[in-house]
Write a protein that binds this ligand. Structure first.
Ligand code: OGA
Ligand code: MN
Length: 288
């Protein structure tokens, strides 16, 4: 079996076949995956079959794992595994639906001082229709900005928060079926990150804001800052920056959170059930 990497014809993304992932993969496979990740930003690795323990052990080959601050939706035996699922059990979804993860463009955990460097989603069950995930290339989005906007945001920092109650652009959706106040009362300090981030490995600049987590620009009045954020949020989701993935069972998608944003596209057609398992690797403090 030999590993094949086929880039998609989109702004980002590549498909990998011919490899069987496990915690004991050879070091050269891990190195090849890392280098493909830096080049393509989103890797769709087909036909995998990792149980939660194996997914944790495989993910740990790329760094320490982050456990979400809310105890909801975590795998009972493997808390670094976040369960995404729309299956209703006893009147509630058995996992995080897009009301909790993904309903607005974002990069994982940017509300933290050290956001995630990369995440993996493994498809355990997929719906026949709907439930795609989209990624957008933030190197390309930064490069395509007009020069005057680049100059304006280079060197500025933005404020990122977890609490949806304080973010009018990412309100509480109607299928939020937990106690909103309990879910968001957990104290997570706000974070401040450069709006233009330099990738720790490639050294390239990316646009590092998202409507889900970025709520203001540090030191800039809202009268000026909010319209600028609106403009950046419109810009960063232009079709030319996007790759949209239709899940197949067994897919393991590994993406770079420093240089991409992503979105749960939604629209799962009943009675379709989608169950994905997420792991997220810790990153470093972003710098410009
Ligand atoms: C996530 C996420 C998107 C999706 O798990 O971090 O954003 O399509 N998921 O479920
Ligand atoms: Mn996410």
């Amino acid at each position: 079996m030999s590993m094949t990497i086929s880039p998609y014809p989109n702004a980002l993304g590549a498909e990998i076949t011919g490899v069987r992932l496990s915690s004991s993969c050879d070091e050269d496979i891990i190195a090849a995956i890392k280098s493909a990740l830096h080049e393509h930003l989103v890797l769709v690795i087909r036909d995998q079959n990792l149980d939660p323990g194996e997914q944790v052990a495989f993910s740990e080959r790329f760094g320490e794992l982050v456990v979400r601050v809310s105890g909801e939706f975590l795998h009972p035996d493997y808390p670094p595994v976040l369960i995404l699922s729309n299956r209703i059990v006893d009147g509630k979804a058995e996992g995080a639906t897009d009301a909790y993860a993904g309903s607005h463009w974002h990069s994982d955990l940017t509300y933290a001082e050290k956001p995630s460097f990369g995440s993996m989603l493994h498809a355990i069950e997929v719906a026949e229709e709907g439930g795609d995930t989209a990624w957008a290339n933030m190197y390309a989005a930064y490069d395509a900005l007009p020069g005057d906007i680049k100059n304006r945001i280079d060197g500025l920092n933005a404020i990122h928060i977890r609490d949806r109650r304080r973010n009018p652009r990412a309100g509480i959706s109607e299928n939020f079926d937990r106690d909103v106040n309990e879910y968001y009362d957990i104290k997570v300090p706000d974070s401040v990150h450069p709006m233009v981030r330099r990738h720790p490995i490639t050294g390239l600049k990316s646009l590092y804001v998202s409507p889900r987590f970025t709520v203001a620009i540090e030191g800039v009045d809202d009268a000026e800052g909010q319209p600028l954020l609106d403009e950046l949020f419109e810009h960063q989701k232009k079709p030319e920056f996007i790759f949209q993935h239709k899940w197949r069972r067994g897919d393991l998608v590994f993406w770079d959170n420093s240089a991409t944003i992503h979105l749960a596209v939604g629209g799962i057609k009943p009675p379709g059930v989608r169950r994905l398992h997420r792991t997220s690797m810790a990153g470093e403090v972003p710098y410009g």
